[in-house]
Design a protein around this ligand. Sequence first.
Ligand code: BG6
Length: 476
Amino acid sequence: MHDTLFLFGATGDLAQRYLFPSLLRLLGDGLLPEDFRVRALALSPHDTEKFRDILRPRLEAAMPHASQEDIGNLLSRIDYRSVDLRNAESVAESVKNLVHRTCVSYLAIPPGLYISTCEGLALGGALAAPHRLMLEKPIGSDSDSAEEILQSIGKWIDEDRVFRLDHYLGKAAVQNLMALRFGNTLLEAVWNRNYIASVHILVAESDGVDGRDSYYSRSGALRDMVQSHILQLLCLVAMEPPASLEADRIRDEKVKVLRALRPLDAKHAAKDSVRGRYTAGTINGQPAQAYQPPEGSEAETFVGVTAHIDNWRWAGVPFHLVTGKRLPERTTRIEVNLKPVTHWLFERPDRKSATPNRLTFQLQPQENIQLGLMSSLAGPEWGALELQPLELELSVPTGLHRRIAYERLFLDAFNGNHALFVRDDEVRAAWAWIDSISDAWKAADLPMEPYPAGGWGPQLAHDFLPESIAADAGPE
Ligand code: BG6
């Protein structure tokens, strides 16, 4: 197992809230090598002591049950270096005295700094075999910038030592999608266009853009969430069964789904997509301010888009993808609506009012699976059967916190397992589809629809929402 971590972006929110606490837990559980150490790197001119002083209360807050001994143990393994990531020499200098060990460099920094940082890492010897590289999403901000990053970094390190993160893949509930799909005869039998009418994938957040304005105003929900987390969920729902759980067999199947996505064009932009931005409103009884990005920013905080997967299994089945900030609750769910039965026998309810089967996977905040079935109302004697919808519900006790996802991803990268990381061709195929959407929006001049913070997005988007939510969303 690799024993040295270079953590770039060490003073940032991601590192302080999730990455260091994940390392703390892994260390406490004895899952890291005995001589594990971390070099924390960022621009601030701290020294090691100062950095440890800043990190200690953050660890205590993130991990209230951690012992002081474990916290002290982690802190003692961390040293800090100030580094200018625009300057390759500075990066090379910052890692040089540790590259005799087996190193993993983790870039929790804006993608605009990936190339210069990697150039420095290569110069300092930290990208040569057996060293590894972990890259946070997003890889670039469109196909061109992603291609530049992929090509540049590809000159310095082989694909089999690069680990591109999408932390949703580290979530147990997301991995469970594969277990449910491929471990059960029942699902696979109906998992196609003959039985499924539509699929909704929703990632709703009640949080707003908050302190991330400089990144978000250039990204928006399409690039921040749809390009990564939502497309990964779509792949897991729609992919063919892989021949094995080997990383590349899984990634081969995911990339086929991405390549089968029909590009959006200007003609279909208004029918198949909606974008919105939250205005002031109320969320959980608290007033919430409008999102006002800087002048000229096109950043949306809400996207609804219908994906059409042009392949044998899914032809004609719409996949409605929705994500938004400042929605009424934090929930990630996948709703699969089955077609009605072919011949309806019953009078009550009549064919039109019968509810077709619906399978819902709620992935967070709690993992939960629901199956809507029609069942008879028990009566004292045989008569005309009366049916009612019934919910079969299963709560699954899995770890869902983002920190836990990072623990998993750290371990897999340290151990060299790629199954939960995104391959270069996935990145390319995902951006190709995302670019088609932003191009279509531009060409069609698709308006930015306002929605009040605390509402379920713009009125126009309600058709994209899972039916269980749309029923509550109601008119504005
Ligand atoms: C990140 C996005 O990748 O995922 C954020 O950049 C978003 O905008 C976050 O809030 C959501 O992750 P989770 O695990 O809290 O659902």
